[in-house]
Design a protein around this ligand. Sequence first.
Ligand SMILES: Nc1ncnc2c1ncn2[C@@H]1O[C@H](COP(=O)(O)OP(=O)(O)OP(=O)(O)O)[C@@H](O)[C@H]1O
Ligand SMILES: [Mg+2]
Length: 324
Amino acid sequence: MFENAPNSSLEMVIDETPLVSAMLEYSWNIFLLSLVISVLAALLVFLSLHWLLVRPMGRLSANMIAFRKSPEDISVGIKPSGRQDEIGVAERELEIMQTRLRFALKQKEHLAALGVAVSKISHDLRNILSTSHIVSDGLAQVDDPRVQKVVPRLVASINRAIDLCTETLKYGKAGEREPEREIFFLSPLIQEVWTAIELPAEAEIAFENLVTDDFTIFADREQFYRVLLNLCRNAVEALKVDGIVLLSAKKEGGRSFLTISDNGPGIPVRAQEHMFEPFTGSVRSGGTGLGLSIAKELVVAHGGVIHVEKTDETGTTFIIRLPD
Ligand SMILES: Nc1ncnc2c1ncn2[C@@H]1O[C@H](COP(=O)(O)OP(=O)(O)OP(=O)(O)O)[C@@H](O)[C@H]1O
Ligand SMILES: [Mg+2]
């Protein structure tokens, strides 16, 4: 019918609303679908990154922190998971590093303990050798050619030994043996200590031993010799040329009290704070700062206490309290 009407036109009228809403619904669905796909993809990426990288990295860093806090604790070391990738390599390398570091630390600890021991032995050996030095000086006065022949060698070897101890003291660090206590008379020990101290040639240092002949103490004689030698040496060194060193003792309430005093210039303020700590107490040139720390360690090992009763420009008094 229309073929015969060339100029005719067709006009279609349709309702757009369902079409628009269908298209909108379609695009909304597409949007929701792509959102779900992206969230799923993101979740997958997140989970795989978390499982494959973040978690093992977190384990590594937590282990490093724990190791840094207590490197000696063997329960802290990393256990490699056996992975073949870079994380696995990092875990194995960290394990090797931790094992080596722990070994090095142990070695260092042993060496430090050995160093303290060597320093303390050298310190007191030097004091003991000084006594031999005095004795050999006395030998030099003997008018016998045989004695005269050996004395220079004796003096030289003692000097060498003293030098060796002094050198050793510049380094290192010690455990003292347990005191072997016995009851002994204190006065002769004090006399021994005094004769062992080398007084400066021009010195006019008086020594007063106020301890009665019958006064006994219960202690390790050798160790107490070292305690008193260190304290008396300090007093003599502080006095320099003249003054007096005084030793007295008493018993009270089942305890022995020993007093060592001098009328020297007092302990320098700088030395007072750390004077009983090894290496830090000395403010004297040539001093190692071990004397008082050794004295304290030995007194404490006896269950005793050592303290400075007084120190000022009129002098210094140390008191040692020992249980009987
Ligand atoms: N009786 C004292 N009078 C004044 N100062 C003292 C006295 N005793 C100790 N001191 C001070 O305390 C410091 C620490 O004494 P300590 O015996 O520990 O070390 P040191 O005498 O310097 O060295 P060393 O290890 O050779 O004994 C000394 O340097 C000295 O300054
Ligand atoms: Mg000293």
